[in-house]
Design a protein around this ligand. Structure first.
Ligand code: GDG
Length: 495
């Protein structure tokens, strides 16, 4: 066997995600280095990967990259190539311009194109083939997110021996919206290839289960779905499986979290605290710093936030002498038309608010369209008196949890949209409906004026939630559920 080129290597734990856990950094001399990506998923799976004989299948992030698998600190990295056209149709198209808006309550109109769907099927098959090749007998495969919803079904088809988990990082929409999708049945069938389907919220799991009942009439009970062992009626007739035999699929909420401790550790570092002070000074030591940080995405409700803030300034309830808003909008999906339009709209609005209400030395909004290192983000969290999370729809929203994890001083106020999954757990935040501009304005004022004792009481309680339920616990809980009730041939079947 030749292990060096990876042809024959097999693994007992395989992660399948759109992106790899490492980023490609080409240096000047043409050498390519790989750097661990800072994302939450990587941290979450780090302990699992360290213990397991694990592989990670994903895209390296550029067009036509044909890269041999390689070892990265004990994880076998398997890059999946995508052509320029596949990036356009599978990734920017079907994933980010069909599924993303549809799954976020059609805040932006989803586009339905048959070529995009075909590319989605083809690329999902490529990921599934790689997983089928890499997984050893009885291995556990964990598939992630909306870009790869067909992989569980494709994998189950050729490898019924595998334990297959799927986690959806974004919401799962109500049936009234989901039913728009021309390929709704294929998506549901694809997902049902898994043994356990994880969602962010109880409501998401419920929406999925209802879609199964409506589209396929499979029996469901609580979080269990009973899928016929062979859903293909012709093949079922030919097989020797008992009539009516089913495989049990669990669809349940497993709310994701962050590596809470690592945020607190950063926040306690003297250089990060010094930087937080410096940020406040550079902003002119205002009484109140409001802070928002999001990928520049229409789901995050940045326009609603700006509207509320702008009105507070216009009405004189806030004054630029006392308050400033720092808004980091990190660049995202910049080739998708809706994102370009949103950026223009946001930047026009920021310009207007600054022009109308700013004065020399006092800027209403410090708008930053860049990504920042983690240390700088934590310093900003420490400098912020109020963090504004105004998402119109968000699977979880990790920013809310990161802010709380950083505030070991038990200070600061979180204003949190009830449309973010995080609001299920973070009840001591000031919960808002971001569509209700007056309500949002009142919540911002209440946050700014909140007495220290109340701030501290709320933050303590929030911190307890975030520190107890961290991302390692999340992955352990999901993987435990995946192993439980598994009899080696599949989940317990019923008659
Ligand atoms: C999806 C779901 C779900 C942002 N700008 C910078 C930066 N960030 C970091 C934040 C946070 C992450 O990016 C964003 O996570 P969110 O959860 O807020 O949102 P999505 O990117 O939409 O994530 C979401 C998540 O998946 C996990 O399941 O919670 O609902 O939509 O960690 O801090 N980080 C740095 N510089 C930046 O400029 N370093």
């Amino acid at each position: 066997t030749d292990a060096s080129n990876g042809e024959t290597r097999q693994f007992d734990f395989v992660v399948v995600a759109n992106r790899l856990p490492v980023d490609r950094v080409p240096s000047e001399d043409g050498e390519v280095q790989w750097r661990t990506s800072p994302g939450g998923l990587v941290t979450a799976l780090d302990p699992v990967m360290a213990k397991a004989n694990g592989a990670w299948i994903g895209w390296a992030g550029g067009p036509d990259l044909d890269i041999e698998p390689f070892d990265n600190h004990g994880t076998w990295i398997v890059p999946i190539p995508l052509s320029e056209q596949e990036i356009e149709e599978y990734y920017e198209g079907f994933s980010n311009d069909t599924l993303w808006p549809l799954y976020h309550d059609v805040i932006a109109p989803p586009s339905y194109h048959r070529e995009w769907w075909e590319a989605y099927v083809k690329v999902n098959q490529r990921f599934a083939d790689a997983a089928a090749r890499l997984a050893e007998q009885g291995a556990t495969v964990w598939v992630h997110d909306y870009q790869l919803q067909l992989v569980p079904g494709m994998l189950r088809e050729v490898r019924p021996d595998l334990v297959i988990g799927f986690f959806n990082h974004i919401p799962f929409p109500a049936y009234g919206l989901f039913s728009q999708l021309p390929w709704r049945t294929q998506i549901i069938e694809g997902l049902l290839g898994a043994d356990v389907l994880g969602f962010q919220r109880v409501a998401d799991a419920g929406n999925f289960t209802r879609a199964v009942r409506r589209l396929l009439s499979y029996e469901t009970k609580g979080s269990s779905i009973f899928r016929p062992l062979d859903a293909n009626p012709e093949r079922r007739a030919r097989s020797n499986k008992p009539v009516g035999a089913t495989r049990q699929v669990i669809a349940k909420a497993y709310p994701i979290s962050i590596d809470s401790e690592s945020y607190e550790v950063l926040a306690r570092r003297p250089d990060v605290q010094a930087r937080a002070k410096e940020i406040r000074e550079e902003l002119g030591n205002p009484k109140t710093i409001l802070f928002g940080v999001d990928r520049l995405d229409y789901t995050k409700g940045i326009m609603h936030r700006l509207k509320a803030y702008g009105e507070l300034l216009a009405e004189g309830r806030l004054n630029v002498e006392d308050v400033t808003l720092v808004q980091v909008a990190s660049p995202s999906r910049e080739r998708v038309e809706t994102y370009k339009a949103l950026r223009d709209e946001i930047e026009l609005t920021v310009g207007r608010i600054n022009g109308d209400f700013g004065s020399i030395g006092h800027t209403a909004i410090n708008y930053l369209h860049h990504g920042y290192p983690r240390e700088e983000m934590v310093a900003l969290y420490l400098a912020a008196d109020v963090v504004l999370v105004t998402a119109l729809r968000d699977g979880m929203n990790l920013v809310a949890k990161e802010y709380v994890a950083c505030r070991f001083d038990n200070d600061g106020v979180l204003v949190l949209s009830e449309f973010a999954g995080a609001s299920d757990d973070l009840k001591q935040a000031l919960l808002i409906n971001p569509h209700d501009i007056e309500g949002t304005k009142d919540a911002i004022m209440r946050a700014i004026e909140m007495p220290k004792s109340e701030r501290s009481r709320r933050m303590r309680s929030l911190r307890k939630r975030v520190l107890e339920n961290d991302v390692v616990k999340w992955s352990e809980t999901f993987l435990d559920a995946l192993q439980k009730g598994y009899d080696g041939k599949g989940r317990q079947s019923s008659e």
